[in-house]
Design a protein around this ligand. Sequence first.
Ligand SMILES: [Cu+2]
Length: 384
Amino acid sequence: MKSFFRSVALAALLSLCSSFAAEAVPESHEHHDHTTHHHRSRPDAKAPIGVMADHTHHAGGWMLSYRYMHMSMDGINASDMEASMAGYSVVPTEMTMDMHMLGAMYAPSDKLTLMLMTNYVLKDMDMRSIGGPSSHNHAMQQMGMHMNHRNQNGHMMSHSEHMATESGSHGSSHGGHGNHSHSTEGWGDTVLSALYSIFKGETLNAHVSLGIGLPTAEVEERMHGSYQPYGMQLGNGVWDLRPSITVNGLQDRFAWGAQASGRISLESENDAGFRYGDQLAATLWASLPIQQAFALSARLLYQYTGDLEGQYDQMSHAASTPFGTENYGGENLIGALGGSFTGQEGWIEGHRIAFEFLYPLDQDLNGIQMETEYSFILGWQKSF
Ligand SMILES: [Cu+2]
């Protein structure tokens, strides 16, 4: 029911946008001018900032970009009872992921644009004991492995203090014992792509892209000698292929676009013994210039992630859900609203500042997982 209302709200937003599009918007002459990027000045010419590999450049064109993404997850898709019945005694309560994405594009010809993207990622996850059938042993194990953890109050506790707390309240509720946090940070996987224009017209263009993912991310992040949960690793850590096809439409009063993309692993496991599931995504957007330099956008995104394959090659804490390989993958339907400012002249010419706020409309996740609360992306791009 909740997701039904979300869908209705998004449909209303999209139709609002399209009706705005029918209203008078300053006639854009910019895209007939003499610049090499003849669509550059239209504030709606580029896709919402959350879409990657959305455009190509003209021969000799360069672009640098920086995006900051924040994702917040809150709660899980199961009750404590369900998690306990599934054999778990610790569940995540909150997780945040922050990502700094750096990108560069260069077009050796009108047909071909090359793109390099890399990212630096920071992840934080809080866990809570739910007191399952064997929670005592697991909680003890968890404490033993996780010395110097923050306790509920955020204070650092030494191993011996943990043990004292544990034995001091032995026999009472295990509520607080498993509470602890995980955090990781570092460089993620790197993607090198070639974008090839297959059609370039006044109002419509299309391109395909093929990226190669390089396993530059650390996938053996540990805490006190033991692997972090799968979801806390910094990337996939395998060579993969990232194909996509994008269509961009530029009408007099608005722009639209659609993209289908995938991530297909070329290896069955990374250095730690697993890999995340392959991904397929489809997205559709409309973008509306509301004045010379500013545009608003609405977007729908569907993402499918397959099952996590393999498993850690060393013992890990199976007592908490993020260590269960069955608790990864699933489907997401996301709605997004964004804004984009494109500098028209003077020193800001060629600069674009954009944001996008993404809200989950429906989540169908495998096993027991955290649900996404929201995410947002802030970005800067500069074309030369
Ligand atoms: Cu670009």
